[in-house]
Each structure stands twice: as C-alpha cells, then as structure tokens.
Design a protein around this ligand. Sequence first.
Ligand code: P70
Length: 458
Amino acid sequence: MAKFPVEPFKIKAVEPIRQTSRAEREQVLRQANYNLFAVPAQDIYIDLMTDSGTSAMSDHQWAGMMMGDESYAGCRNFFNLQEAIRSITGFQYFVPTHQGRAAENVLFTCTVQPGQSVPSNMHFDTTQANIIARGGKPVNLVAEEGLDPVSHAPFKGDIDLGKLEAYIQQVGAENIPLGMLTVTNNSGGGQPVSMANIRATGNLLHQHGIPFFLDACRYAENAYFIKLRESGYADKSILEIAREMFSYADGCTMSAKKDALVNIGGFLAMNDELLYERACQQLILREGFPTYGGLAGRDLEAVARGLWEGLDEQYLAYRIGHTKYLADRLLEEGIPLLEPAGGHAVYLDARRFLPHIPQAELPGQALSCALYVEGGIRGVEIGSVMFAYEDPDSGEMLYPALELVRLAIPRRVYTQAHLDYVVESCQRIYARRQELRGLRYTYAPALLRHFTARFAPL
Ligand code: P70
C-alpha cells in the first residue's frame, strides 16, 4: 500500500503552465487591484481558486461530446442525462441549467416570497445572493463544531437540529418555503454532513410541511465521507449511499461543475410536478427549452457520463486522499488549517495564520495575495470579503465566524509534486508572516462583492 494517494488514471493530454518571476507577479497583482479574480489565468502557476468547472474530463466524456445531438427539442443526450439523474437521485423531474446558480435562481423564483427565510447548514455565496435577490433571508444553522477550526468531529457540516426546530417555531413554518443542506459544506471547510443529519433534517422539515432540498454539487464526496466515517455504511456502495441521501429530500440544485466532472452545466431536480411545471416556465424565460436548458447537447452528454464517473469508489479514494495529503503536509509544517481536511479543498485559517491583522483589515485577502506573490498560486478568500455584511437594522458590520483562504483542488488536474510545491510556498510565507499587512477596499459592490472588489495595501 503506497503512503500517498496514487492516481487511478494516466495522463493523455497536457496543458503547459508557466512560472513567472516575483517582480512580474507583484506588477500583475497591482494591476489587478489585489483581487485575484482580476488576474489573467496565464499569469497563474498553480490555480487553486476553485474546483468548479476546472476538472479534467475523461476520454469517455470527450468521446461523449462527439455524440452531442444538437436538436433544439428532445435531443438524445437529454434522455441519457435524465436516466443518470433519475437513477442516482430518484427524483422524477429535472431541468438542465447552464450552472448551479441558474438552478438556484429558478428554484427561488418559484418558491421564495419577500420576507421569507431559507434555513440551511450554510449557504454558499451564490445561494445566499440568490435568496437575497428574491427579498428572502438566508439563514445558516451549522452545528457548533462546524465553526471550530480544530475540532475533529467527523461531520462538521451537520446542521444544528435544535436550532432548526427553534427557528421554525420562531418565524413560523408558513414563512419558510423550503429548507436546505449544502453537501459538503463549502463555506464551512468542505466538511461532510452525516446521513443521520440528512435524514433528521428531512423528517423535521416535513413534520412542519416544509420542503427539503439538497445543494448537491459535492454529493459524491459527501457520500464517500459517510462510507468512511458513519457506522453502518462501510459495506455500502457510493451509489447506494447517494441514493439514500437523496431519498430524504424533495429535490436538489446541482452545479455539475463539481462532482459531475464537467467544465459547465447544472440542473434542478424535484419530485413535485407543479413545481416542475413552474420551473419549466422560468427555464424557458431564462435558460432555454427544458430539454437543453442553456447547454449544448454535447455538454448534457458530458454531465450524464461525468455523474457516473464521479461515483467511482477508486476515484473518490484518490480524490479525498489527494486533498488530505495536502492538508497533512501543511500541518506537518505547523501551518494553521481548518481541520480535518475537507473533500475538495484545504482551508488555511487566516485568523491563526495572521493574528496581528484584524478582520476589518481582511487577513484572508492579505494571505491570498501573499500566496500569489510567493508562488504564483491562486486560492480564494472565504472570509470577510466574501461574507461580511452590514446589518440592515443596526448598521453594524457583521463578520463571519471563519476567516479562511481556500485552496480548492481541481479534479484529476494536479499531481502530488504540484501539491508539494504549494506546501513549500506556504512554508516560506509562514516563516515571515509577521511582515504581512492588511488591505482596505477602494471599490466594493453591494452583492457578491468578492468577484469584482478592488483593494489597496495598508
Ligand atoms: C466554488 C464555486 C459554487 C457553488 C457551490 C455551492 C455549494 C452552489 C454553487 C454555485 C463558486 C466559486 C467561488 C469562488 C471562486 C470561484 C468560484 N461554488 N452551491 O468554487 O454553482 O458556480 O455552478 O453557479 O460551491 O465553490 P455555480
């Protein structure tokens, strides 16, 4: 048995990447106003900004792309995708969308009225923004250990069921059009949600007549953690575990850009026929006819094939092991992380990394800039830049509990040597962390600020 995860694939096509000099990177970062979203990808060496849409597709998926049926209505790839979604999720109806946030938009447009709340373990950024855009209120009720960066609880993505019950009592079930769980919990460190918690959340919501949806973009990684960590699941297949997860829900949103191993695509699935009919109307308005939903036939085929590949147990063992390898190497160097490793990413704990920079001076953003200057590495801040907001009642700035820099690992793209290079770069920054300074905003839009904000060093 090897001491490190060995790739269950070999490499057939390569894409060159280019090292730049430190002086070049300093210049690029200045020009990008210290926002890594504004840095051209050709100036990045190792791109860990996201695991979304960045997977390497397999030869089987690429072959499927050549089988794209580009008919406007009823293309054969739609039916292949329908077969995969029905078989894996058990949901009767679905509409394809161009990516996850489009599925969110359609779902919330059909369900959320102004003033209503949507509780979850933790909403991710686009989900939060899409609820707010409908005049709704996103509510995060993750269990206490999910906010403790060093707790090794096995399922730190679980929702606090007591808080969920109390919240339903407080605002009334009629003001909650649906409840959600994000699997795995992206804003909380890519931590999994247990089957017991998914089941209990479904039961609790249903007792109050509230529909339950999964934000399912990393459902296969979540299923693999259940197999590893939850008693009674060690001998079940990933497909069986996934089916059970979905069986407690009434539907899901899915960004296929994650666990379905494609560069673009998503869907909204559900059992409620009336909701499906309304979703089709929204889809035609925004995305396209319900058998293609903003995608080409070839894209639908890649999603259909990728959904099956993403459930392969050997692949998942490598995938989760690869992420854990990076976390373990960083921990060996004493670098503070959110522990244990998540499924798709390692999250540097900027608060413990840079205790001398207060949250108002954006320590996560400062750390992500330092990573770029040091190694040409692009991570993403998941902290105050992404989530701090002004309380509409008190006008006070509310900062998130966690101040993180996420190093998300694209699927089947980087090797162990690439990860070792990331560790060495982090190590050099950690050695001179006292020299790092915070940042201030020079421009900050109201919604989804992180994508386009501009900064200046303090
Ligand atoms: C990410 C991307 C997308 C996402 C998600 C969950 C749990 C829905 C969506 C939306 C977004 C991102 C963040 C920072 C940098 C680049 C990209 N997550 N739900 O990387 O799906 O993007 O397809 O509309 O994580 O985590 P989509």
